[in-house]
Design a protein around this ligand. Structure first.
Ligand code: 8IG
Length: 270
C-alpha cells in the first residue's frame, strides 16, 4: 500500500485513491459522498445496501484512524439510482497529519465523480434551546483553525458554501430543523468557557473540530455542500458540568436512527 505522498500533489493523490475505489468496487463513478462524524455511525445502515466496504487505510494516502468513535471505514452504498460513498470516520486536524490528510477523503470523493458532499459532525451547542440530540443544519462556518487546505493564491469564493438549496430540501423534510453557524477549533482539547463566550460574540452557534477545512476543500473541488451537526453537548461553561468524550458519543448514538432517516430522505432529493 502506498503510504506517503512524496512526488504527488493533493489532486493526484486523490485521483490515485479514486482509481483504487473504482477498481475495488467495480463502480466507475460515485454520485454523492457522505461523511459521518461523532455520534452518526448508527445512521449509516439506513442509507441503503452495502455494495463494498473497506478500511480507509486500505486506500492510498488515507491517514490511520486514532480516535475512539471514528471507525475509519469507507463504504459504497447503492440507493435508488445513486452510488453513495460513505466515510465512517474522518481525519482531524488535531491528529497532526496536516490539512491535506484532512481534505484527502473530500478530494477523493470529488475525483470519483461526486458532485455533492454531505458533512455530518458532533458538535457543542452555544444555543441554550439546542440540547443534546438536536440536529442543526450548518448555515455557514467560521474557520478558527488559522489554516487552509488550499495551496498558494487560491482565492476561492465561499458565498453560499453550505447550499441554500440543500438546506431547503432538509427543511421540506423536517420544517423544525434549526440552522446555525459552525466554528471549527483545532482541538483536541475542548474550549474554555472564555473561548466559548468569544465564539458566541463572533457569531458561532455550534462548536467542533472538523468540517470547515473539509468544506473549503469541497468547494474548491466544485461540489455542492450540505452540513448537519448533531448537538451532543452544551459548549463549555454553559451548564457547570465538565465535558466528557464518552458522554458526547453516547448522546450521539441515541439520535442516530432518526438522523439516518433524515439523510436517506435528503439523498432522494439531491
Ligand atoms: I461532539 O463542545 C463535540 N465536538 N471543539 N467542542 C469542540 N468539539 C466538539 C464539542 C465541543 N463537542
Amino acid at each position: 500500500m502506498i503510504t506517503s505522498d512524496h512526488g504527488h500533489n493533493a489532486k493526484q493523490s486523490a485521483q490515485i485513491a479514486a482509481t483504487a475505489i473504482s477498481e475495488q468496487t467495480g463502480i466507475a463513478q460515485h454520485d454523492v459522498a457522505l461523511v459521518l462524524g461523532s455520534g452518526w455511525a448508527a445512521a449509516c445502515d439506513q442509507i441503503g445496501e452495502t455494495a463494498w466496504e473497506a478500511d480507509t487505510t486500505a486506500l492510498p494516502f488515507f491517514a490511520p484512524s486514532t480516535v475512539p468513535g471514528h471507525g475509519g471505514l469507507v463504504r459504497s452504498v447503492r440507493r435508488g439510482e445513486q452510488n453513495v460513498l460513505l466515510f465512517m470516520g474522518r481525519t482531524h486536524l488535531y491528529e497532526g497529519h496536516g490539512v491535506d490528510a484532512v481534505a484527502h477523503p473530500v478530494r477523493t470523493a470529488a475525483a470519483t465523480g461526486c458532485q455533492t458532499i454531505i458533512f455530518t459532525n458532533g458538535a457543542g451547542s452555544l444555543n441554550p434551546d439546542w440540547s443534546p440530540g438536536t440536529p442543526v443544519l450548518i448555515s455557514d462556518h467560521i474557520n478558527f483553525t488559522a489554516t487552509s487546505p488550499l495551496p498558494g493564491a487560491s482565492f476561492v469564493d465561499l458565498t453560499d458554501l453550505y447550499s441554500t438549496r440543500l438546506r431547503r430540501a432538509c427543511k421540506d423534510i423536517n420544517p423544525a430543523l434549526p440552522e446555525g453557524v459552525y466554528i471549527q477549533f483545532r482541538g483536541p482539547q475542548y474550549e474554555t468557557p472564555a473561548e466559548i463566550r468569544m465564539a458566541r460574540s463572533i457569531g458561532a452557534d455550534l462548536v467542533g473540530m472538523s468540517t470547515a477545512i473539509e468544506a473549503i476543500a469541497a468547494r474548491e473541488a466544485g461540489m455542492e455542500i450540505l452540513g448537519i451537526s448533531l448537538v451532543t453537548n452544551f459548549a463549555a461553561g454553559m451548564t457547570g458540568d465538565a465535558l466528557n468524550h464518552d458522554e458526547v458519543l453516547a448522546n450521539g448514538a441515541a439520535s442516530a436512527q432518526q438522523l439516518g432517516r433524515l439523510l436517506a430522505k435528503v439523498l432522494d432529493r439531491i
